[in-house]
Ligand binder design. Sequence first.
Ligand SMILES: CC(C)(COP(=O)(O)OP(=O)(O)OC[C@H]1O[C@@H](n2cnc3c(N)ncnc32)[C@H](O)[C@@H]1OP(=O)(O)O)[C@@H](O)C(=O)NCCC(=O)NCCS
Length: 244
Amino acid sequence: MAEILDSASGKLFRRGDEVHLWRIPIGGEEWPAEDLLLLDPGERARAARFVFARHRAPWIRARAALRRILARYVDATPETLPFQVGEWGKPSLCGSNGESLRFNLSHSGGLALLAVAWGREVGVDVERIRPTVELLDLATRFFSPSEVAALRAVDDARRERAFFACWSRKEALIKADGRGLSFGLDTFEVSLHPDHPAELLSVRGVPGGDRWMLREIPVDEGYAAALVVEGTGWHLVRREEQWR
Ligand SMILES: CC(C)(COP(=O)(O)OP(=O)(O)OC[C@H]1O[C@@H](n2cnc3c(N)ncnc32)[C@H](O)[C@@H]1OP(=O)(O)O)[C@@H](O)C(=O)NCCC(=O)NCCS
């Protein structure tokens, strides 16, 4: 399958050996009025439940961008995209146009990433690196014993970055799988040392775990991000949604 970007319509055609990663700026406390118009009643109700505009605005922006971007792949209008959610909450598209399209969204601190692929599962996670006092306590709670040991071995100056690198890599895998936290964070291990490449070190507890590929995603300063894709024979194409 070859991809053609139709510059007249903006439509994106499918290509099975590409994984597209969209960077979407979503910061601020305001949102364009047209963004809200793209959301369905359930999404608008969810947006209304945020108490603070600084939380509501990025969520609306990210959801509207998700609709705008996915609509270009399946040749639909953003506001009519038929979403469904899996047993553990992972969204997908239904209907013949979108049933092979796989995507995953993540947002943190004013930045969203959206991974899109055809016929292979994807999971993405972005985390703003924020001062975290109980870093080793949190790691002991969520990471495997060898990940905790690896984190302790990182020098103080780089430990926070290593912690969020590990966090984003683990999240990306459980989001690719789709079972979320019911997946069991201690059933697999990832690399975390800043001098080592991002790697799935062990997936012994994960049925079919060797089908996943992990990549670190360099993003803006102050963020850690990771992508997990099913299978081999793909390459990454980075895309950008302009600030609106
Ligand atoms: C549900 C979960 C996917 C949320 O992750 P998160 O890091 O809080 O949030 P992200 O912004 O990365 O992802 C949220 C998006 O993932 C998607 N999503 C929801 N459930 C999902 C699932 N089961 N699988 C994959 N993607 C899912 C949705 O698009 C969601 O967007 P929305 O909140 O706008 O609806 C899940 O992994 C979770 O609850 N994590 C909690 C954090 C934690 O304790 N992590 C320990 C890491 S070591």
